[in-house]
Design a protein around this ligand. Sequence first.
Ligand code: CTP
Length: 408
Amino acid sequence: MLTNLRVLLIISGGIAAYKSLELIRGLRTGGAHVRPILTKGGAQFVTPLSVASLAHEKVHSDLFSLTDESEIGHIRLARETDLVVVAPATADILAKMANGIADDLATTVLLATDRPILAAPAMNSRMWEDASTQRNLAQLHADGVMTVGPAHGELAEGEVGIGRMAEPAEILAVIENALSGPLSGVRALVTSGPTHEPIDPVRYIANRSSGKQGHAIAGACARLGAAVTLVSGPSAEADPPGVATVHVETARDMLEACLDALPADVAICAAAVSDWRPAEAREKKIKKDKSGASSTPADLKLVENPDILATLSARENDRPRLVIGFAAETDDVVAYAQSKLATKGCDWILANDVSPETGTFGGDHNKVHLISAAAAGESGVEEWPYASKLDVAARLAERIAHALGESP
Ligand code: CTP
């Protein structure tokens, strides 16, 4: 799969740099050519000699090296590659990438390249969770930079948390998919989970959605090579690997995050968005009145939330080519879904039967009908077998790849 792939591997300064040696070995075993750049920080953790010996290539590290520039200038270094991989990617290099700072060979090449970039972040969990790193990451995803990891586990300092660089095998799998999966080059936007609509600082309106189906779809699209942004309401599901996940609470936040994620080729709205929210979220906790009776719910006024699926379907200049919604029905599944297709203006509806006996809400399985606008001679209704949410996701991702492959 990796045969003759040219990879420019940037090793920046983190303890995980030792794993990059294994990554080089894996890339070469798969048939790729690896051209390494070692940053000053990277060279504190692995030696140029070990990198060069494994890569069978000269290690580049100095922007102002006369010999290097006369042999192969940094612009050629940036262009003569199929993919740039930054592993490990420190918080510092991510910040520079997000802001277009070019103050050494690695960051200059990253700014100059027009090739896909995959970063494997590795850092202490506090640094990863810091608002600035998350802001930089969101910017990088918006710029089309792919990321893999970090994973949860033991960190260099003896702490346990999120921040470990993804294992070389996972990075290799992401590289293979990104370049050759049926959804490679496709940008997918997925919504998932419920939304929480605050009543006051401690109470909210929500629903029973677990986020399992939406998260599975985001993961399945990523596995086929799509660059996926998952906008998720509060959910116990882990962020799927290789997916840029944005966490939101309310329907209005979800809409904003979705619009920020545009342009996208496909949008899949699997979230169970609350149709209503309290007209006013009280700043202070609502108290029972003096007689002990609650002042709510009689005066809990609700207003309608924006419809994210309908909004995305109606976008004029940046409507995704394929917009897919879900319909949760307990009866007349197909008929209701067909009318929802029309009112929402989307292209497909996945109608799921949520009658209690199916155990769909919170469960691991789903019974689905795929409803599309009927083409001549077709009913536009496909009944899918009762299957796990993971299987439904995989099947949907394949169908999306097929549909996008057919339409220009
Ligand atoms: N949806 C959305 N934004 C909303 C409400 C719904 O994006 N504010 C999306 C959901 O993600 C889903 C589809 O619209 O893809 C479901 O539509 P909805 O009208 O909420 O249908 P049901 O939940 O099935 O409810 P009902 O039958 O009451 O209309």
